[in-house]
Design a protein around this ligand. Structure first.
Ligand code: CMX
Length: 136
């Protein structure tokens, strides 16, 4: 596996309405998309800096992954996502090397990317996402 770049950094926030203006100021750029990812029980907001994005995550359900994260740890960095080519093979490789997969198979994430998560308990405490843009 050789990721090409950090695709995005996911940051859990209590409300997009409060966090978006801060990031717009900090990054000097406007949020270019707000999208709900229903099966993940989040609303997301995106900013672009070079090749990398910042993805703000607001929970839509206290029992969802981001709702539980904020309840336990508070707002902050939630996950890091690496862009890979050949996501299925990357997952196979990760599994063979003993990494615990949250998603055995890729699924659809925000922005039409194919995504899969690796469990933070086997990635030194960092929830890790692998993603592939099949439209590229
Ligand atoms: N980063 C690091 N550690 C995390 C974590 C995170 N984001 N989320 C949970 N953990 C840790 C918890 O602190 C806990 O550790 P301890 O046992 O030491 O207390 C452990 O993982 C289990 O946490 P939990 O609250 O009991 O939560 P679950 O086991 O139910 O779920 C996880 C944890 C990672 C499997 C789940 O959050 C998940 O499947 N995440 C992937 C999907 C996701 O995060 N989607 C939201 C983003 C979607 C998007 O970007 O579009």
């Amino acid at each position: 596996m050789k990721p090409s770049h950090i695709e995005h950094i996911g940051i859990a926030v209590k409300t997009l309405d409060e966090a978006i203006p801060y990031y717009e100021k900090l990054l000097g750029t406007e949020c270019y998309a707000v999208e709900e990812v229903k099966d993940q029980r989040v609303r997301t907001a995106f900013f672009k800096i070079g090749q990398t994005k910042i993805e703000l995550l607001e929970s839509t359900d206290p029992e969802g992954p981001v709702g539980k994260f904020i309840e336990k740890k508070g707002e902050g960095i939630h996950h890091i996502a690496f862009a890979v080519e050949g996501l299925e093979n990357a997952l196979e490789e990760a599994k063979e090397s003993g990494i615990r997969l949250i998603d055995e198979k890729p699924r659809m994430g925000a922005e039409g990317l194919h995504i899969a998560f690796l469990h933070p308990k086997s990635t030194f405490g960092v929830l890790t996402e692998l993603c592939e843009d099949k439209n590229k």
